[in-house]
Write a protein that binds this ligand. Sequence first.
Ligand SMILES: [Zn+2]
Length: 538
Amino acid sequence: MAKFDNNFVDELRMRLSIVDIVGRRVPLVKKGQNYWGCCPFHNEKTPSFSVAEEKGFYHCFGCGAHGDIISFVMNTEHLEYPAAIRELADMAGMKMPEYKPKSPARQKMEDSYFEIIENATKLYQQLLFEPAGADALNYVRGRGFTDDMIKKYRIGYAPKNNIITNKFSNLNQSNLLATGLVRRGEYGMYDFFRHKLMFPIFDAHGKVVAFSGRSLDGSEPKYINTTDTELFHKRQTIFGFNFARDEIYKKNRSIVVEGQIDAIQMQMHGFGETVAPLGTALTEDHIAILCKSNRNIIFCFDGDNAGQKAAARAASIVLPFVRDNSDVRFAFVVGGKDPDEVLKTGGVAAMHKIIDDATPLIDFLWNWTNQNFLVSTPGGRTQAEKFLDTELKKITDKKLQYEIEQEYKKREFQQWRSWKKTDAPKIKLPDTDLVTKNTLVYIVNNFPDIASQYADFLSSLNISFDVDAPDLGWDARAAEKFIVSLKLQRYRAALEQELKIKMQGMINGENYTNEELGDIKKKINDVNQRLEKLLYME
Ligand SMILES: [Zn+2]
């Protein structure tokens, strides 16, 4: 039997949900913690076959069949182990690794890697408390780190000189280079981290696998991380996870913040379930790691535009992992602060409030859509609906997908297309599209008299004046004609909308008289006639 790299098989288990895999063959229904269906391994009419999603196992109380995704595929499709792995890898979109038994040389390389990294960690820790590390120590204490915290997170200092290159000069060069701590340049070897505050990056078991170095002299980038090595993959490592794992399980949720210092401060202030991705980009591997414990995640981002964008990205990545019992939320820290500063200025209570006020995923996506598409226009609404469709398709539970879709349909109808009777005389005009906006800006700039005459209409359009308007070479009459035609067109669009909604209402059993509908149709006709006249007016 061929063997596969354990990491690969683990990742396969992590990426694929047993409910999805079993669900392809056996209709499952959720009851309590588990999913239930009729056992595919013995004949039965009442379900005694259970699937525990978080644990990744199935168990039949009728015939005792028991196993994970791999044995399920082997037994239901009558495949050998390697073929089952291959099929699952296909489903997960993962490339099969070439089968390579760990050679003695490879084992040696791994041993040396961890030994060098461990020794470097100790060296950096020691240097932080020596005179060379004074700046770094001041900085980290200034950020509110106690000596206990410095010790727990094994924070250190990489000095300005090539300390690793020199101290480890007796080691095999390729082993040293493999750690990413040292590089080969034009003038020989040099240290990758110099004059940096050093945060060790731990694997899930607490072993240091890499480093993240913070610049101390204001140079950019603020953080540099060990580049991916054979034993360290940024995409698959979450900062703080080794410390947070138990808490994530106990509190039944995880919190994801943007930076390492934030993660440490959160962990030290009662939010032990906090982690941070390395660098800015969150990956599906990060989510998969968190989802091994549970699928309740609070993302905490900066409240600015970049933070909103990052949150939208996170939403898109997390959607395939969402289940009917998931609680995924988005918290925003406003005022240009990060969680570390909130904890310092407002204390734990302020941070609790931000976390407790977090917006549920479904509302976040809705708000984001409303802010990023011009939903007051038919084109904008179309784009918005397409966006939501694409996002919702990522949800693997089709029933849940349908339920959320229905919720959005309801909101689209109530919020985007609502036309209240009492508002009828006062028409709220939709935003102008860019061509019209350019034209209007041209008119406002060139014909101030006309602009003031139609000031009410123009201000209702919310035009900003930062647009370069093309020279249309118009005279005042043409400009006025344009404004009037635009007013009429918008009035007509509003009437058509009202008509549509009332007709829809009649289908749904609301009572409108034919007279009411006829009245709107008559108004639309009037507008059409006026528009035509305008067109031929000299
Ligand atoms: Zn059975």
